[in-house]
Design a protein around this ligand. Structure first.
Ligand code: IDP
Ligand code: MG
Length: 140
């Protein structure tokens, strides 16, 4: 399997509780390499566009409000099967259903404030990475 890249966000509930380093350690322990990373405060337009696929969902407005409520850390992660590997270490969307040892089991506050985002497919990873990073910012 070729090396792959995925897009990750450490969400505002996690940056607020100073968990960036602990989450990065779990990503690295899972075999993922952080090849790009920056701390930003998402604008409403950025959050609405990034989560556009969820526009019709009842939680969309609340999700955008949450994602713009504080700083986030956007990242590119690289490794074998990076997309799937990251989804595994993240755990289920709802922390009540997340497995032991996952980031969401350890840190998520709720189904919305669930500490991390990760791309759900290699195709979406390419789109999401390009949304936040230029090629020269990614150093493998
Ligand atoms: P994922 O982050 O595990 O891929 P998605 O279904 O893509 O989950 O949802 C995107 C984000 O929207 C979730 O991570 C979470 O922050 C929020 N979300 C998903 N489902 C709900 C819900 O039922 N209530 C509130 N927020 C939700
Ligand atoms: Mg998703």
């Amino acid at each position: 399997m070729a090396r792959e890249q995925t897009f990750s966000i450490i969400k505002p509930d996690a940056t607020r509780r100073n968990l960036t380093g602990k989450i990065n350690a779990m990503l690295e322990d899972a075999g993922l390499r952080i090849v790009a990373q920056k701390r930003i405060h998402m604008s409403q337009a950025q959050a609405e566009s990034f989560y556009g696929v969820h526009r019709e969902r009842p939680f969309f407005g609340s999700l955008v409000e949450f994602m713009t409520s504080g700083p986030v850390v956007v990242q590119v992660l690289e490794g074998e099967n990076a997309v799937l590997k990251n989804r595994e270490v993240m755990g289920a969307t709802n922390p009540e259903q997340a497995d032991e040892g996952t980031i969401r089991k350890a840190f998520a506050e709720s189904i919305e404030a669930n500490s991390v985002h990760g791309s759900d497919s290699p195709e979406n990873a390419v789109i999401e990475i390009a949304y936040f990073f230029s090629g020269t910012e990614i150093v493998g």
